[in-house]
Design a protein around this ligand. Structure first.
Ligand SMILES: *Cc1c(COP(=O)(O)O)cnc(C)c1O
Length: 335
């Protein structure tokens, strides 16, 4: 089976398992796990922020991050297919008591004119005030699309003039960094608070981080525990993250090349594939998914007519070529 459903499906390599086994550990609720502390420090520095906090999932990292800039009865603006809006099961409403309003862009991009139109200043007891804008880079359901750094800088400049915050859902920011060469610090500089995942393309079994000011991270540490996310000797997991940062970032370029190969096979313009995700619109999506599985290639439905293919650490060049052959036969009428 070649599994293209998600880049979360990777299993730790032997070298990663060895690094995990060797990890020095302590009780992280006491902030005494040296490996977790090293990971937090390293990631904060990569993004040019003061501090970072290790969390079990990206969803928890997003909830903690967003709640540092949006309070009860306030709103966050985001693109309509953002992960925080579509795929976190209402966590931000349930735990933070915020609301969301959305703009729509077929490639998940920032549309500053729409954002400006949605923005609501605090006018007292009339309208829900906008406290933050959330952007997702790369954008998962928009097919791994990169948000150009210049667009993010324009958003930052506008946000500063109106006094609103920016949250960056950077679950796959590593892919954007490798695809564009934009330093991670430049992404860090446009956001007040960032969430990143180690368990997607980087291939760690678990782990995400919230990144921001010391105050935001101190507050997030309290809320992480409150939400049941205080973990103990998790240096064994942080070690996987450190290993991934050393070994699995630059190789994301291979995943991107494999994704372009798959795009071609299913009739998507490879030039429109920025990173490791291909979303193909198919009227026969359920049948297509089943037929692919019967031929040893697992792909995912992400909408009634949307099929997603994701390349990752466990998909070799040979796997990608074999999957492309299978999918291209299925995608070609009469094939
Ligand atoms: C995967 C993902 C997350 C976090 O998901 P978890 O499954 O909770 O780790 C957040 N944002 C985006 C864009 C993602 O793709």
């Amino acid at each position: 089976m070649i599994d293209l459903r998600s880049d979360t499906l990777t299993r730790p390599t032997e070298a990663m398992r060895a690094a995990m086994a060797r990890a020095e550990v302590g009780d992280d609720v006491y902030s005494e796990d040296p490996t977790v502390l090293a990971l937090e420090e390293r990631v904060a520095d990569l993004f040019g922020h003061e501090a970072a906090l290790f969390t079990p999932t990206g969803s928890m990292a997003n909830v903690l991050a967003v709640r540092t800039v949006v309070g009860v009865g306030q709103e966050v603006l985001c693109e309509s297919s953002a992960h925080i809006a579509r795929a976190e099961l209402g966590a931000h409403g349930a735990f933070t008591g915020l609301t969301m309003r959305t703009w729509t862009h077929p490639r998940g991009q920032v549309d500053l004119a729409q954002v400006e139109g949605l923005f609501a200043p605090d006018m007292g007891p009339f309208f829900v005030p906008t406290a933050a804008v959330s952007v997702e880079c790369t954008h998962n359901f928009a097919g791994g699309a990169v948000l150009p750094i210049d667009d993010l800088r324009s958003l930052r400049a506008w946000a500063d003039t109106v006094g609103t915050s920016i949250h960056l859902d950077g679950a796959r920011i590593w892919n954007a960094h490798v695809a564009t060469g934009t330093p991670l610090r430049q992404y860090g500089a446009v956001a007040d608070v960032v969430a990143v995942c180690l368990s997607k393309g980087l291939g760690a079994p678990v782990g995400s981080l919230v990144i921001g000011s010391q105050a935001a991270i101190d507050e997030s540490r309290v809320w992480r525990k409150r939400m049941g996310g205080g973990m103990r000797q998790v240096g064994i997991l942080a070690a996987a993250g450190l290993h991934a940062l050393d070994r699995h970032v630059e190789r994301l370029a291979d995943d991107h090349a494999h994704a372009r190969l798959l795009a071609e096979a299913v009739g998507v313009d490879p030039a429109a594939v920025d990173t490791n995700i291909v979303v193909v619109e198919r009227d026969d999506a359920p049948a297509f998914v089943n037929a692919a599985a019967e031929q040893g290639v697992r792909v995912a439905m992400v909408g009634p007519r949307a099929v997603r293919l994701v390349t990752h650490l466990d998909v070799s060049r040979a796997d990608a070529e074999r999957a492309a052959a299978v999918l291209s036969r299925l995608a070609t009428p009469g094939g």
